[in-house]
Design a protein around this ligand. Structure first.
Ligand SMILES: NC(=O)c1ccc[n+]([C@@H]2O[C@H](COP(=O)([O-])OP(=O)(O)OC[C@H]3O[C@@H](n4cnc5c(N)ncnc54)[C@H](OP(=O)(O)O)[C@@H]3O)[C@@H](O)[C@H]2O)c1
Length: 264
């Protein structure tokens, strides 16, 4: 059983702890900044949660850093004395590089950088991750297994992490905006709000599942819906006029730029 310590039991730390609950492969403990939030996490998740990061670091084999990026340096300097080359530190902090995280922890252990997203909360997350200078395949496998419980995973080069942050890390927000807009459209054509939101969300879900299951280019699936002189082509023309595609590309680039900028 792997002793996993989660530092920061906010949205993401909680998602991981909840996902691994009941798994016999991990024993999970956590910390937060305040005793109140530690007690809340304890009650909510039924796991041991306190505020002593150093003690957690000492007793954990794998540490998952889930604090806000600006809180990371303080925490890492605090736990550094407890780190050894037998421990693995996984950081999910947006923007922070493995080099930065290693330096703040005095290069005392291996570091893997991961970027999950909020659908991890329901086991439908997407997590990308990359190894740092001293990581080995067994450690990469540990990360793959932990986040595999919470959805899908992919290994990428660290140089692509900011871009992936802009796509899958921030992506749920883009998808919610699209669902909201489609739902507004449904209301505009006369559907009740709840039915309209169901239609929008389930349509995106079904289309996503088609892309994942069929493994064909999304454009081919789009062609299947688009009957010559039918309705869909008129809808697609309106989307092209509104520059939906280039707008989405720009959204990912803007978020990726911000991810790079947060470190500057
Ligand atoms: N939200 C997302 O969609 C998302 C996606 C991918 C990655 N991330 C990354 O995940 C990280 C966490 O994000 P989040 O949305 O989960 O943040 P959050 O909800 O604000 O949670 C932050 C957690 O860190 C704890 N914390 C702060 N300082 C601490 C300290 N010194 N020692 C121990 N715990 C401390 C907080 O405890 P208190 O409550 O007591 O202050 C809280 O439990 C961020 O670095 C973010 O970039 C987020």
């Amino acid at each position: 059983m792997i002793k996993l310590g989660i530092i920061g039991m906010g949205k993401m730390g909680e998602a991981v702890a909840a996902g691994l609950r009941g798994s016999k492969a991990y024993s999970v403990r956590g910390t937060t900044r305040s005793a109140e939030s530690a007690n809340e996490a304890k009650k909510k998740l039924g796991i041991d949660c306190g505020t002593d990061n150093l003690a957690l670091a000492k007793e954990s084999e794998v540490l998952l850093l889930c604090v806000k990026p600006h809180q990371a340096e303080k925490v890492l300097r605090e736990i550094s004395p407890a780190l050894t080359n037998k421990k693995l530190l996984i950081t999910i902090c947006a923007s922070l590089t493995t080099e930065q995280v290693s330096a703040w922890s005095d290069e005392r252990c291996s570091v893997i950088r991961a970027m999950p997203n909020t659908p991890c909360l329901i086991g439908e997350g997407m997590t990308v991750f990359c190894g740092g200078p001293n990581t080995n395949p067994a450690q990469m496998e540990i990360v793959s297994k932990i986040f595999g419980v919470l959805g899908k995973t992919a290994v990428i080069e660290e140089s692509l992490m900011d871009g992936a942050t802009g796509l899958s890390g921030c992506g749920p927000a883009y998808a919610y905006l699209i669902i909201e807009a489609l739902s507004e459209a449904g209301v505009k054509v006369g559907l009740p709000r709840d039915v309209s939101t169901l239609l929008a969300a389930q349509t995106l879900r079904g289309a996503s599942q088609m892309v994942l299951d069929r493994g064909v280019h999304p454009a081919a699936l789009k062609d299947e819906v688009t009957t010559p002189a039918g309705c869909t082509i008129d809808g697609l023309m309106a989307l092209e006029e509104g520059k939906l595609r280039v707008t989405l590309i720009k959204a990912v680039l803007a978020a990726a730029k911000r991810s790079r900028g947060l470190r500057a």
